[in-house]
Design a protein around this ligand. Structure first.
Ligand code: PRX
Length: 677
């Protein structure tokens, strides 16, 4: 960072936006309406977590009460020990039982606009109950049992939450794979989870085109055939009407099996610590980790964070919209599981933000009268680029609370969001959390926290984050360090599927309590805390890059590159990118016979490699810059010096970093003078 930009960011820190009265915003009330109340509640939540969380859990339905709230033997935690509950019951049946069966649970809008009109669907709690019961029975008839893993690879259609809830109903865990991932991602995850059933769609609409989901599933299944992870059943939702291959005996249509199944399927009482779902996420090695979330703690945590962070209040005309894909944790926690138990309708939109025009989101907000809107900084930067004329052309006055998640938001984008979307009226909740944390951990509360552009502000209830050095010692204000959590919270991960050692080494071995020696939960993020106690996330400290708010392991992209016949070695690092926040830069050394001889062949090979990565991982991993080099900068022990590559990728012209361990200085000189790719 240059001196100028650090001065600028210091100035920006001084901007602070006080909370507004609920009456001003037309909000019924704030759940937490003053900093005094926040402080008092936060103190209680960390000093008496058992009392605090027992009260929250009592809002929800339990088949059997817990005998102990918390059992913490780091790195293992149990919440609501001995309690039995069911997530689907609390999302759906509980609302029907409360007399709300006729209310909207999920509102949905498709991407295509036939004749200029959107395609709309609404599912009430009663309809959700019927649909999930039928699908649950159908899954049972395919042999799915409590504890089995069902893979879900779908577009953003209402059948996707139906599928998740149907699994939860019978105690099967789901593993949702983002529809933008390739067939190889399906192979790896199905194999790791030993999942015998896949629920998919014929296709998904994306910017007017059909993404061939069923075809990708077929390709994955072909690879798994004859292995112990052979897929037995594929259930397909007909969405786009594209032609699909069909294997009788394995393939069935979603509509057919649902119609044929009984609509009666009581929810399975699950132990609070039974697995609810697996969600794969990138780490610093090549293999994605299956993050395990369990039932009771995750349910209570997503329920409370949703309620307080978005100030959800049923029966007040709220309509909440989160623009994430359900294939990511944000969609799991803040489209489905946190929302439904709060009985505020959740809006799902199927497609792209710029289809058919760059004002699609603002059009949706205006037509549906959206009250809470949750999106990502990368999207906000794209909106900024497309221009304020788009939101200006729409009535956004229904909005009351705005949220962001996924990566640090630059103050400029924050200010644009505040003005162009929030009308300088709506509080912005910049929520820091991770796949592993299950729910938001550091975030403003809209009715009380003064916000500062670029800061995720203060800990949520039960969260005890700190900035420490490698010895676990807390850093003084504004000194950067490692972000850790010192206490367990109900939504935290319970493990990495099939890999206890990786669970411990990734999260619980880097930093320890200097007094007790007990491990802290290590987030992988670097951050600082300012003099007001506000957290400022600085980014990942490991070999993980955050592209458009989604984590990718650099190793994953490197392995994909090296699997190309022309590549000998590859190093992948993040580089600044206007829209994505971080883009992917790849430095590649080639087999001599593949070396390009002119600009055209260079471009062609770069394009081939980019497509190759897209095909193996998904478009999200496509490198933004590829540079061919004769050698990569390495230490004497042979380790690639990524920080040097990061500087080169960022276009730093005079790299002043310590190069004393660099094996061959001419490599660096060459990389710097090489033409930008
Ligand atoms: O680096 C942090 C960044 O995203 C990482 C978590 O990524 P993932 O598990 O894919 O989950 C994204 C959605 C929860 C974190 O380690 N991150 C997430 N939210 C923020 C953030 N960085 C800064 N500010 C945030 N609000």
């Amino acid at each position: 960072m240059s001196n100028e930009s650090s001065i600028e960011s210091t100035l920006q820190e001084l901007r602070s936006f006080p909370p507004r009265s609920s009456a001003d915003l037309g909000m019924a009330a704030w759940h937490v309406g003053s900093m005094e109340q926040y402080r008092q509640m936060h103190r209680r939540s960390v000093e008496d977590p058992e009392g605090f969380w027992a009260e929250v859990a009592s809002d929800l339905h339990w088949f059997q009460p817990w005998s102990r709230v918390l059992e913490w033997r780091p790195p293992d935690v149990e919440w609501f020990v001995g309690g039995r509950t069911n997530m689907c019951y609390n999302c759906v049946d509980r609302q029907v039982a409360g007399g709300h069966g006729g209310e909207t649970a999920i509102a949905w809008e498709g991407e295509p606009m036939p004749g200029g009109k959107p395609e709309l669907r609404r599912l009430t709690y009663a309809e959700l109950k019927e649909q999930t019961s039928r699908l649950a029975n159908a899954l049972r008839s395919m042999g799915v049992k409590k504890g089995d893993v069902v893979t879900i690879y779908m577009g953003m259609v209402p059948e996707l939450p139906v599928a998740m809830l149907a699994c939860a109903r019978i105690g099967a865990a789901h593993s949702v794979i983002f529809g933008g991932f390739s067939s190889q991602a399906i192979v790896d995850r199905v194999h790791d989870a030993q999942s015998q059933v896949i629920i998919t769609c014929d296709g998904a609409w994306r910017r007017g085109k059909v993404v061939p989901l069923k075809e990708n599933v077929d390709t994955a299944c072909a690879e798994l055939d004859g292995t112990p992870a052979e897929v037995r059943h594929v259930v397909t939702v007909k969405r786009c009407g594209n032609e699909v291959a069909w294997r009788p005996g394995r393939d069935v249509w979603f509509a057919d099996v649902v119609a044929a199944a009984s609509d009666s399927c009581p929810c399975e009482p699950m132990d609070a610590e039974d697995m609810l779902f697996l969600l794969y996420t990138s780490g610093s090695t090549g293999k994605p980790k299956g993050i395990i979330h369990t039932t009771g703690g995750y349910m209570v945590y997503t329920y409370l964070t949703s309620k307080l962070v978005f100030n959800l209040i049923p029966d007040t005309g709220q309509l909440y919209w989160c623009t994430a894909d359900i294939g990511w944790i944000t969609g799991h926690s803040y489209i489905v599981y946190g929302l439904l138990p709060n009985r505020v309708p959740t809006l799902m939109y199927e497609g792209a933000p710029n289809f058919p025009g760059e004002d699609r989101f603002w059009d949706i907000i205006e037509r549906h009268r959206v009250t809470q809107f949750y999106t990502a900084p990368t999207a906000i930067r794209a909106f900024m680029k497309w221009g304020s004329q788009h939101p200006e052309a729409h009535d956004l006055s229904s909005l009351k609370v705005l949220g962001t998640v996924g990566e640090p938001i630059n103050p400029e984008a924050w200010m644009w969001y505040h003005k162009a979307i929030g009308g300088e009226r709506c509080p912005i909740v910049d929520t820091w959390w991770q796949t592993e944390t299950g729910g938001q951990l550091i975030t403003p509360l809209p009715g009380c926290t003064p916000t500062k552009p670029g800061s995720c502000t203060l800990p949520f209830f039960g969260a005890d984050p700190a900035i420490v050095n490698d010895q676990g010692e807390e850093q003084e204000p504004n000194k950067g360090g490692l972000l850790v959590l010192r206490k367990p919270w109900p939504g935290m991960l319970r493990g990495v599927r099939g890999d206890r050692a990786r669970f411990i080494s990734t999260y619980f071995s880097r930093v320890h309590d200097p007094k007790t020696g007990e491990p802290y939960y290590f987030t992988g993020d670097g951050a600082r805390r300012d003099a007001d106690g506000y957290f400022w996330i600085m980014g990942r400290v490991d070999d993980v890059i955050n592209v458009s708010g989604h984590r990718l392991g650099t190793m994953e992209v490197e392995s994909a590159l090296v699997s190309h016949a022309g590549v000998v070695e590859a190093a992948v690092v993040g580089m600044p990118h206007d829209i994505k926040g971080t883009g992917i830069a790849a430095f590649v050394t080639l087999e001599p016979s593949f070396k390009p001889y002119d600009k055209a062949s260079t471009d062609k090979l770069k394009d081939d490699l980019a497509r190759h990565v897209s095909r193996l991982i998904g478009a999200i991993a496509r490198p933004d810059m590829i540079r061919f080099t004769d050698a990569l900068p390495k230490t004497r022990s042979g380790k690639i010096m990524r920080r040097l590559l990061r500087s080169v990728a960022a276009g730093d012209s005079n790299i002043s970093q310590d190069t004393t361990t660099l094996e061959d200085l001419s490599v660096l000189a060459k990389l710097q003078t090489d033409e930008e790719g």
